[in-house]
Design a protein around this ligand. Structure first.
Ligand code: PLP
Length: 413
């Protein structure tokens, strides 16, 4: 090892493990899945692998969105930094919130700011509010970004478990007075990744009440907000008082098949949005104007999301039926493209599964079906309806084949 790499190893910040950075031999969940997938494909070169593990759409953005990017990319006026975003995108976000979610009277210059995907938006929020010792309440299982950055800043993360008994909503009454007092941020995410659960208006009202009583800022991660199966999509901001206590992060990634494009927006409380704009201004210089304009085209065409939603509804409905026919206890999701089911305890007369992870490894190795395990609260696996398939016939064939493979053994639950 050269002298320089020696001292660099000593310089890593404690938040990344200090001088032990990169030396952790633990293999993380998604790496394990990747390795198991590779090994299964090598062992069964002639068997089709079904990937229900991916968390992003299997199809491209719609033609009108792509065409807009092509045209706008050629215009010299779009070449430069956009800082905190172009006016057209802010205006389109405000119109979208009213048209899709019925949220009125948002000011495009005060209540909205674009972000380069919702992930960086979530990463920026703790920098605005968290001092060492402050608490962020995070639902688990879930998308951990806001918690990670809270810890980077010396803050503390308190987990709120999402249980089946409580319809995968956090039990806010279980938060102790001391924790509630030190909490500054509450992260919720509906429709939820990974549980597929959706929130009710009554729940959002309870959240507003909790926030006001305890002086907490609410961050509702709305990455899947428009992908709702049970009735009209609900925005947290449509509940009275919500704009006084928090923000929502909307993303074009999932609802418009635009994951790689990196375009999203934070909307809601003026001061929180101002904080995001301030931190963001010190991190990036805005998304390319041509992408924002393609985003405007998307936001003006919510019918695109409706078409995408119907595809996921069709796939998930069939998957629920198929899984239940072989003994699983699957219920149609309220939203997102995920289906969250309890892992079986084992196979009759055979192997036992002590966790979702063991079951997920079995599925990939023995049945060439890739899923994501979640063992934070109970032993579950997540199926994603984003498996690659062109049209309903192929979807049907794949789901039938998944069912056939699963029915080759008898699971015990
Ligand atoms: C719950 C949730 N929030 C946020 C994101 C980030 O989405 P993006 O940064 O593409 O907007 C994801 C992506 O998987 C997600 O599942």
């Amino acid at each position: 090892m050269s002298g320089s790499s020696n001292y660099i190893q000593q310089l890593f910040a404690k938040r990344l493990g200090g001088n032990k950075f990169g030396k952790d031999t633990k293999i993380y969940k998604f790496e394990k899945i990747k390795r198991a997938k590779r090994a299964a494909m090598e062992a069964n070169p002639n068997k089709e692998l079904f990937d229900l593990g991916v968390g992003e759409p299997d199809e491209m953005a719609f033609p009108g969105v792509i065409k807009t990017l092509q045209l706008e990319a050629e215009k010299p006026g779009n070449r430069g930094y956009t800082d905190n975003g172009i006016q057209e995108f802010k205006d389109a976000a405000v119109s979208y919130m009213e048209r899709v979610f019925g949220v009125k009277k948002l000011d495009p210059n005060k209540n909205v700011n674009h972000t380069i995907g919702s992930k960086p938006g979530l990463a920026m929020l703790p920098s605005i509010f968290i001092n060492p010792g402050d608490i962020t309440l995070m639902t688990v299982p879930g998308y951990p970004i806001m918690g990670t950055h809270t810890q980077y800043l010396g803050g503390e993360v308190v987990h709120l478990p999402l249980t089946k008994e409580n319809k995968f909503l956090p039990d806010l009454k279980s938060v102790s007075p001391d924790v509630a007092k030190r909490a500054k941020l509450l992260y919720i995410n509906y429709p939820n990744n990974p549980t597929g659960a959706n929130a009710t208006r009554a729940f959002y009202e309870e959240v507003v009440d909790f926030a006001k009583t305890n002086g907490v800022i609410v961050v509702q991660d709305a990455a899947y907000a428009a992908l709702t199966f049970d009735g009209k999509p609900i925005s947290f901001l449509s509940v009275p008082g919500a704009i006084d206590v928090g923000v929502e992060l909307h993303s074009l990634s999932k609802s418009y098949n635009m994951t790689g494009w990196r375009i999203a927006f934070v909307v809601g409380n003026e001061l929180v949005v101002k904080g995001v704009a301030h931190v963001k201004d010190n991190i990036d210089s805005g998304q390319f104007a041509a992408i924002q304009k393609a985003g405007v085209h998307a936001l003006e065409h919510p019918d695109i999301t409706e078409q995408i939603l119907e595809k996921y509804r069709r796939r998930l409905t069939r998957l629920v039926k198929g899984l239940n026919s072989v003994g699983f206890d699957a219920t149609m999701s309220g939203g997102s493209f995920f289906l969250y089911v309890e892992a079986p305890k084992g196979i009759k007369g055979g192997q036992r599964f002590k966790s979702g992870e063991e079951f997920s490894q079995y599925l990939i190795k023995e049945m060439m079906i890739s899923t994501v395990p979640w063992d934070d609260v109970g032993n579950f696996i997540r199926f994603s309806a984003t498996f690659a398939a062109k049209g309903p016939e192929e979807e049907n064939r794949i789901i039938c084949e998944i069912k056939n493979r699963l029915s080759s053994v008898e699971f015990e639950f």
